[in-house]
Design a binder for this molecule. Structure first.
Ligand code: BGC
Length: 434
């Protein structure tokens, strides 16, 4: 009897294995399958809708190619970076992956993991329509290695209009950090428990705010910072920036460490909070929540950064030895195209990286951003978002800021930041002139 049961079980198992093996052979994508695989970190409501719109443009142009999206959740790519690097280093790079312009691509270029796409740039006619400031950030040793899909502005304060109006706060007066903090105190007194929304489960959002405060210390100071020249732990501007960030933290929600950036923005959308400093991917969240710019929400430049445009630029590239090289290049063509960018950016919150975009497709926030970009007195590369400083420095930033948010020790953070700069001194190879 027992023997019979064993025999039946074995037969069932063997059959199941056989059926699975046949299914695998039949159903698995053939290595030569006509696909393009792209990796990115666009998983919030607005982000996912935007990348799907870009994929749709690709599908209409290349209907025979299946697009495999491999999204890795975690704003600013803070989880993504740890996933993509080992793949690229192991020669398993996908056909294209999201990457910030500037320093973030340098290790891949230095290691010989990317193909030059200068010919593609020429063939597609991108040079005349993409501003020099952007072109320079995707160029290594005189060749192009990436295609920008957008330009995000990082120095933006998002606010809930109803909360400000009903508390008699005029956003146009909030041009200094002191004025913003005074408005927060007023809101607190009126019962708004946490006037500023923060979601720093990924500590990059802390770094993001500090970065805008550093810019508000003046473009010269920011330039010194990205050129690796802020090396004194007693630098008065660095200490002032950290002190202001400490005050900022005194107005944020107590559950900040449990929330993501988009959950924080949701608090501004619902009116639980009044303000949040965030890049303009936040606009995508207001849009998917059907909020109207100028009626439900508004923005102003981070105090002290009026006229400045902090840059965060998403790109794709052509890794060496990818499985579907033609599809990879065709993906890049769509990424760099006017049609692709004008489908993606109106949803994403960013502006097109192209100067010939069809502005009628963009909402009121972005129309204002396009005007601000043209009129900007200074542009500065975001460090939080991979562009402004070497990866050997940025790799330490979020840990330093996490510790600061816990202990609020200005002097310890200044020491850690300047130590990290000194340790990476040999890697500051770009000389920014902002
Ligand atoms: C990216 C944006 C993205 C944001 C939040 C930034 O680093 O450039 O495209 O929406 O992170 O995930």
């Amino acid at each position: 009897m027992v023997k019979t049961i064993y025999a039946i079980t074995a037969a069932v198992l063997v059959t199941a294995l056989f059926v699975s093996a046949v299914a695998w052979v039949v159903l698995r994508p053939a290595p030569s399958a006509n696909v393009v695989e792209i990796y990115h970190w666009w998983t919030s409501g607005g982000e996912a809708k935007a990348i799907n719109a870009l994929v749709d443009v690709f599908k209409t142009k290349y209907p025979d190619v299946a697009v495999i999206q491999s999204p890795v959740a975690g704003g600013a790519g803070y989880v993504f970076q740890a996933v993509i690097k080992p793949l690229v280093l192991a020669g398993e790079a996908p056909d294209a992956f999201q990457m910030h312009a500037g320093y973030e691509g340098k290790p891949y270029f230095d290691g010989g993991y990317l193909d030059s796409i200068t010919n593609l740039w020429k063939d597609e006619g991108w040079e005349p329509v993409i501003p020099k400031v952007v072109r320079d950030m995707v160029t290594f040793d005189g060749n192009y290695y990436a295609v920008p899909v957008n330009i995000h502005r990082v120095n933006v304060v998002w606010y809930n209009k109803q909360v400000l109006t009903s508390n008699g706060i005029d956003p146009t007066t909030l041009t200094t950090w002191d004025a913003l903090f005074a408005a927060c105190s007023k809101l607190k007194a009126a019962g708004v428990a946490s006037p500023i929304a923060l979601g720093d489960s990924g500590a990059w959002t802390d770094t993001h705010v500090l970065e805008q405060i550093i810019a508000s210390e003046g473009i010269d100071f920011y330039q010194n910072w990205v050129n690796g020249k802020v090396t004194s732990a007693t630098d008065s501007k660095l200490l002032d920036a950290l002190t202001k960030f400490k005050t900022y933290l005194s107005y944020v929600n107590t559950d900040h460490s449990a929330l993501t950036w988009d959950q924080a923005i949701a608090k501004v959308i619902t009116g639980e909070a009044a303000f949040s400093v965030m890049g303009d991917w936040a606009n995508g969240e207001f849009l998917v929540a059907n909020k109207v710019y100028g009626t439900d929400y508004g923005t102003f430049a981070a105090p002290g950064t009026e006229g400045m445009y902090g840059l965060c630029i998403d790109c794709f590239q052509h890794p060496k030895g990818v499985k579907h090289p033609d599809n990879s290049l065709n993906w890049l063509k769509v990424v760099g195209s006017k049609e692709g960018q004008d489908a993606f950016n109106p949803i994403k919150g960013s502006i097109s990286a192209r100067t010939d975009s069809d502005t009628t497709k963009y909402g009121l926030y972005q129309k204002a951003a396009i005007a601000d970009f043209k009129a900007a007195t200074h542009m500065y590369p975001s460090v939080t978002h991979g562009s402004g400083a070497p990866t050997t420095f940025t790799a330490k930033l979020n840990d330093i800021m996490s510790a600061f948010v816990m202990n609020k020790d200005v002097s310890a953070a200044a020491t850690a930041l300047t130590d990290a700069t000194k340790a990476a001194s040999a890697d500051y190879t770009t000389v920014w002139s902002l």
